[in-house]
Write a protein that binds this ligand. Structure first.
Ligand SMILES: [Zn+2]
Length: 171
């Protein structure tokens, strides 16, 4: 079981419910179309004790300082901290051609794909047959096929190459 928690940075002006947002993310992680297909099971831990992954909803400037991006993006650091861009998360990204709801699904699946126990990289080729891979940077609008918020067969196959030994796994 992979334990994760959620934080909203104190300088976020919007009133974001941690409980509701965590439920929404957990719902995506529990969906059979997601990383669950690979046997990944995620558990939301409200207090954040002994977590494998910390998700932070953060402002653009915070993320730029930490991840040094030239664009407005979310990122995963060292496979255990996910910084979600607040605006992208709340309002979606038209350039991705995903609906607001699908964008949230996409960014959760993408960033968790970078983290324990998957540690996936961005694919060299962003398409898988006719749909984009979830590990492609769809936020940047670089997907030339149908955008997709869920892992494709190509994403799932990629994990066979990048998955690391499950040493930290807790049952
Ligand atoms: Zn990425």
């Amino acid at each position: 079981m992979i334990r994760w928690t959620l934080r909203v940075d104190p300088d976020i002006p919007e009133d974001i419910s941690i409980t509701k947002t965590a439920q929404r993310i957990q719902h995506i992680l529990d969906d059979p179309r997601g990383w669950r297909q690979l046997g990944c099971r995620y558990l939301y831990v409200p207090k954040g004790d002994d977590c494998d992954i910390i998700v932070r909803i953060a402002n653009e400037n915070t993320i730029r300082k930490i991840c040094h991006f030239p664009e407005k993006l979310s990122c995963a650091i060292n496979g255990h901290t996910i910084l979600l861009d607040k605006d992208n998360f709340l309002y979606g990204v038209p350039k991705s051609r995903l609906s607001r709801n699908d964008y949230v699904t996409y960014v959760v699946n993408h960033e968790f794909g970078h983290c324990y126990p998957l540690f996936l990289n961005h694919p060299p080729n962003d398409t898988c047959r006719r749909s984009c891979r979830v590990m492609a940077q769809q936020t940047r609008g670089i997907c030339h096929a149908r955008p997709s918020p869920w892992p494709s067969t190509c994403d799932l196959q990629q994990t066979q190459r990048f998955r690391k030994p499950n040493k930290r796994s807790k049952k």
